[in-house]
Write a protein that binds this ligand. Structure first.
Ligand SMILES: [Zn+2]
Length: 458
C-alpha cells in the first residue's frame, strides 16, 4: 500500500499515472459488474431449484391432500433454499428469498437487460432501475421497452438515464399516466403527525404541479426575504417591513414561517411589506408538453399520448399539462427531432432571451458527462470563447453547472461541439466522452418577459 501511495504522491508523470488509474478502475469496475451478474444468475437458478423442490414435495404428498398443503410446500421450499444460501452470503434468509425472486425475474423477464449486465455494458443500479420501471409492463411490450431502456442506460449514469427509462415504460404502460393520475388524485389529503418536542408535521398530497407551485412560491418569497436581510445588513434602504439585519432565519425556516402565514391568514402577513411585495410573488411552474399530446387533443387522434413533464423531471398527466399550457399568456414552440432530440427550430426566435430559452429547452441538465444538475443551476458557456471569435449561437453555447464550468476553464479538460447539440469532452489523459442532449422537449411555457435564466451568457 505504501508503495502505491508514494507512486501517486511523487509521480514522474501525473498524467500517465492518471491514465493508468482510469484504465485500471474501468477494468476493475467491469469485473465487479460481471461478477454481480454471475451472482444474479446463481440466485435465479436457486429460485428455479426451489420451484422444482416444491413440485417434488407435492408429488410425494397423498393424492387427497388439501391444496393449502400444496401452497405451503412451495413457500417452504423457497424458505429452505433461501436459508441455505443465507448461511454462505451472511444475509438474512428473508432478504435472500427476495433476491432470488428478483434475480429470476431479471433472467426470465428481462433477458436483454441481463445480457447487457453480464457484458458489463450497464451496472446493477441501471438493472434495478429498468426492472422497477418495467415491472408493470405486459410480456408483449417488455422487449420493446428493454431495447430503449438498455440503450439509454449504456454509458450514462442511472440518474441521467432515469427520465428516458421511465418515459419508455410510460409510453408502453397498460394504463396511461392520465388515468393513473385521476385515480391517484382521489387519494389527495392533508394530514398531521406528532413529532414530539412540541412539534408536528403537516403533510399534503396533491398533484405534482400544485405541490411544485406551492414550493416554488414559498422559495421565491423566502429568497426575497434573505436577500433583503443581507442588503439591510449593509445599510441599504429597503421597503418598509422587509429587510432586518438581525433576522438570521435560514431559507428552510422562512419557507415554514411563510407557509404557516399563508395557511393561517391567506397572506404572508407576518413578514410582508405594507404594499404586499411578498404576496405579489406568483408560483412559476415550468412544464414541457410533447407536441403530439397537444395535436391529439385538438384532432382527437387515437395515437398513444406522451405525458408532459415538470421542469424536464417528473412526468405529469396530460390534462394538467394542457391546463398549465393554456394558462400561460404566451408560449414558445421548440421543435425537436423525434429521434435525436436535436433542437430544430423555435417559433418567434429572437437573439438574446429566445436563444437562452432554446438552450434552456435543449440543455435540460448540465452538459458535462454524468452530471445531472437542472437548468436553474446552469451557466451558459461559450464552447469557443467569444474573445477568440466564438459566436453566440446554439452551436457554440452549452449549459454547464458551476462546478463543470470551472473545470472547463481552469483544467486541461476540453470540449468540442459536434453539431445537433452533441458535445465531445476530452480529459487530460486523452480519453473522450460524448454527451448528447437529453431526450426531446417539444413545448415550454416559460413567460417570455421573465425568462428563468437571467444570467448573461459568458
Ligand atoms: Zn455539471
Amino acid at each position: 500500500m505504501a508503495g502505491v501511495v508514494e507512486a501517486v504522491t511523487d509521480p514522474v508523470d501525473p498524467v500517465a499515472v492518471l491514465r493508468m488509474l482510469a484504465d485500471g478502475l474501468a477494468a476493475t469496475e467491469a469485473s465487479i459488474i460481471r461478477l454481480q451478474a454471475v451472482k444474479e444468475a446463481h440466485l435465479a437458478v436457486a429460485q428455479r431449484l426451489a420451484e422444482q423442490l416444491a413440485v417434488t414435495d407435492r408429488e410425494s404428498l397423498p393424492e387427497h391432500a388439501p391444496d393449502a398443503v400444496g401452497g405451503m410446500s412451495v413457500e417452504l421450499a423457497h424458505r429452505s433454499v433461501a436459508a441455505e444460501l443465507a448461511g454462505v452470503l451472511h444475509m438474512s434468509d428473508r432478504v435472500v428469498q427476495g433476491r432470488m425472486w428478483q434475480a429470476a425475474e431479471l433472467v426470465h423477464r428481462f433477458p436483454e437487460t441481463m445480457r447487457a449486465f453480464a457484458e458489463a455494458r450497464i451496472g446493477l443500479p441501471h438493472v434495478r432501475q429498468i426492472q422497477d420501471a418495467g415491472a408493470r409492463l405486459s410480456d408483449a411490450v417488455r422487449a420493446e421497452f428493454e431495447a430503449v431502456a438498455v440503450a439509454a442506460s449504456e454509458g450514462e449514469t442511472p440518474h441521467r438515464a432515469k427520465a428516458v427509462v421511465q418515459r419508455a415504460a410510460e409510453r408502453l404502460a397498460p394504463r396511461s399516466l392520465t388515468e393513473r393520475h385521476r385515480q391517484a388524485q382521489e387519494q389527495r389529503r392533508v394530514w398531521r403527525e406528532d413529532l414530539g418536542d412540541g412539534q408536528k408535521l403537516l403533510g399534503l398530497i396533491h398533484s405534482a404541479a400544485i405541490v411544485d407551485g406551492i414550493y416554488d412560491r414559498l422559495s421565491q418569497q423566502a429568497h426575497t426575504v434573505t436577500t433583503a436581510n443581507a442588503r439591510a445588513a449593509k445599510g441599504e434602504p429597503m421597503p418598509e417591513g422587509l429587510g432586518d439585519p438581525t433576522d438570521a432565519r435560514t431559507v428552510d425556516q422562512l419557507r415554514a414561517d411563510l407557509c404557516a402565514d399563508a395557511l393561517l391568514t391567506g397572506t404572508p402577513s407576518g413578514h410582508d411589506t405594507a404594499d404586499g411585495l411578498l404576496s405579489a410573488i406568483h408560483p412559476r411552474v415550468e412544464v414541457t408538453v410533447p407536441v403530439l399530446t397537444l395535436i391529439n387533443a385538438t384532432t382527437g387522434s387515437g395515437a398513444p399520448e406522451q405525458p408532459g413533464e415538470l421542469a424536464g423531471r417528473s412526468p405529469i398527466d396530460t390534462d394538467t399539462a394542457r391546463i398549465l399550457a393554456g394558462d400561460v399568456p404566451s408560449w414558445e414552440r421548440v421543435l425537436t427531432h423525434p429521434v435525436t432530440g436535436a433542437v430544430l427550430a423555435v417559433d418567434r426566435y429572437r437573439p438574446g432571451a429566445d436563444l437562452r430559452r432554446l438552450l434552456h429547452a435543449r440543455d435540460a441538465r448540465c452538459r458535462f458527462p454524468t452530471c445531472g444538475l437542472p437548468p436553474s443551476a446552469l451557466d451558459l458557456d461559450h464552447t469557443i470563447d467569444a474573445a477568440y471569435g466564438g459566436p453566440t449561437d446554439a452551436g457554440n453555447l452549452a449549459g454547464l453547472c458551476r462546478r463543470h464550468h470551472v473545470l472547463k476553464h481552469h483544467t486541461s479538460w476540453t470540449v468540442t461541439q459536434r453539431g445537433a447539440g452533441v458535445l465531445e469532452w476530452t480529459s487530460p489523459t486523452g480519453h473522450t466522452y460524448t454527451d448528447t442532449p437529453p431526450a426531446p422537449v417539444t413545448f415550454t411555457t416559460t413567460d417570455p418577459d421573465s425568462p428563468p435564466e437571467q444570467k448573461p451568457p459568458f
